[in-house]
Design a protein around this ligand. Structure first.
Ligand SMILES: Cc1ncc(COP(=O)(O)O)c(C=O)c1O
Length: 361
């Protein structure tokens, strides 16, 4: 009897099972996902409520109002924008459209794990380039590229390391890859990084025909539960994604709410300012209680827990949970002694540091 089975590479995919705060009646502080601690914009909430009366209608197939709102806000050409159900869907669609069995797809050692999942789902072979002290090593990536490399995924800044590489290094990567390799710049956390040597990749897209930039409404805009992401890239890539995406992949409330969120510059500024205040504070305070914190430009930090044989990382996680605080272990990134901790509200950040101080002494 024939046995029903997916392609072998699908068997290598470890299902993503994020932790959830237990439903035990306690008010948990959840710093395990990269949520915006300020929540969504009030303008977005109003648009969401208004959309409720229209959910018997299919959404706009061409995503026109949302694409045009993105184009206005980000000064890009709406014809080169495509919207998806979170940027995660776009990562999958690109892998599906541009790679398959026999092809190689390049990514980086501590890179966002969504890349590996999409590569395996497409049947292609993942080639993973080493990083240097939690930072992408462009030369190592170029070294691992070959004639068979169809896509190169780069998360910049990266999750979970929180680090970035400057525009000049991204340009060096582009120049060192074969022309037939699509460079995908995942700029999910770009809104948090305003350093002069960093760019989200808009100009790189515009000056080449083999670069796609990904953005998301999940982080800065606080719409993670709605699932909206978008890509900006050359015609061939946008056409390929449009050809294979579900006709109505971004729901009607999602399109209207995301467009409204873009109009709220005040909410964006407040989110940026909150992060700019508490990211250095949390990094400093965690170092003060003995953790090594990697320099982050995102809305989270990666922290290495001191290796003391009498105190394993699980004891730290358990103690935090005892205090009602959830953080993200990152052992599946090859970092068994590290935690990813999201910047929360003031009282949440202070509660986390106090709980860390209690257990680390
Ligand atoms: C680097 C990076 N890219 C993409 C995503 C996917 O985000 P979403 O699908 O919510 O847009 C995430 C989510 O954590 C991420 O960290």
């Amino acid at each position: 009897m024939d046995v029903l089975s997916p392609r072998p590479s699908v068997g290598q995919i470890k299902p993503y099972r994020p932790q959830r705060p237990p439903r035990d009646g306690r008010r948990w502080i959840d710093l395990s996902l990269t949520h915006n601690p300020l929540g969504p914009s009030p303008l977005a909430l109003d648009a969401y409520c208004e959309a409720a009366g229209r959910i018997h209608c299919y959404p706009d197939w061409g995503q026109d109002p949302l694409r045009h709102a993105i184009a206005r806000r980000h000064s890009v050409d709406a014809d080169h924008v495509v919207c998806t159900a979170g940027s995660e869907e776009l990562i999958h669609l690109v892998a599906q459209a541009f790679s398959g069995p026999g092809d190689e797809v390049l990514c980086h050692e501590r890179g966002y794990r969504g890349f590996l999942k999409a590569i395996r789902a497409s049947g292609a072979t993942a080639v993973v380039a080493a990083e240097r002290d939690m930072v992408v090593d462009v030369e190592a990536m170029i070294d691992r590229a070959s004639e068979r490399t169809k896509i190169c995924f780069l998360a910049n800044p990266n999750n979970p390391t929180g680090t970035y590489i400057p525009t000049e290094a991204v340009l060096r990567l582009r120049a060192g890859l074969p022309a037939h390799t699509l460079l995908v710049l995942d700029s999910a956390y770009a809104d948090y990084c305003r350093l002069p040597d960093y760019s989200d990749g808009t100009e790189i897209v515009e000056n080449s025909d083999n670069v796609l930039m990904l953005r998301t409404f999940s982080k800065m805009h606080g719409l993670a539960g709605l699932r909206v992401g978008w890509g900006y890239g050359p015609t061939a890539v946008i056409e390929a994604v449009n050809a294979i995406r579900g006709a109505f992949n971004v729901s009607l409330p999602a399109q209207l709410t995301a467009a409204a969120a873009l109009a709220d510059a005040g909410h964006e500024e407040a989110t940026y300012a909150h992060n700019a205040q508490w990211l250095p504070w949390l990094s400093r305070e965690l170092e003060r209680v003995g953790l090594r914190v990697y320099p982050s430009v995102c809305n989270f930090v990666l922290a290495r827990v001191p290796t003391d044989p009498s105190l394993g990382i699980q004891a730290v996680i358990d103690h935090l949970a005892h205090r009602g605080i959830l953080v993200k272990p990152v052992a599946d990134y090859g970092l068994p002694d590290c935690l990813r901790i999201t910047i929360g509200r003031e009282e949440e950040n202070k509660a986390l540091v106090a709980a860390m101080a209690e257990i680390l002494g």
